[in-house]
Design a protein around this ligand. Structure first.
Ligand SMILES: [Zn+2]
Length: 111
């Protein structure tokens, strides 16, 4: 068993667990009852829920799946889009320009 990552927010650990399971990777979550410890545990990473692969040989593939998912999320929130009407730059997840209210053109990755 190898640990992939740990995160105080169990939602994220659970999300990646179902993502990996859907790819046929067997996973295990350590410290999954951390929510009962609440406040104190948030500053103690050793108590956080940790997502692990059951089989060590799945580790690289699991990391790859996590990285791909991370970069897709990062692309959506970090890429800047410039407004076609007023040329202001907007965060990539905005649909309307914050400055003039115009519709932003979606530029999907790879286009
Ligand atoms: Zn604009």
């Amino acid at each position: 068993m190898k640990e992939l990552f740990r995160e105080f927010d169990f939602t994220k650990v659970g999300f990646y667990q179902s993502l990996l399971e859907s790819q046929g990777i067997e996973t295990f979550i350590k410290n999954r009852d951390v929510s009962s410890l609440a406040g104190e545990a948030s500053i103690m990473p050793e108590l956080w829920p940790a997502l692990c692969v059951v089989k060590d040989e799945d580790f690289d593939r699991a990391m790859q799946v996590i990285r791909e998912s991370n970069s897709q999320n990062a692309v959506l929130s970090q890429v800047e889009v410039s407004c076609p009407s007023c040329k202001e730059s907007n965060p990539g997840n905005f649909e309307m320009c914050w400055s003039c209210g115009g519709t932003l053109v979606e530029t999907g990755p790879g286009e």
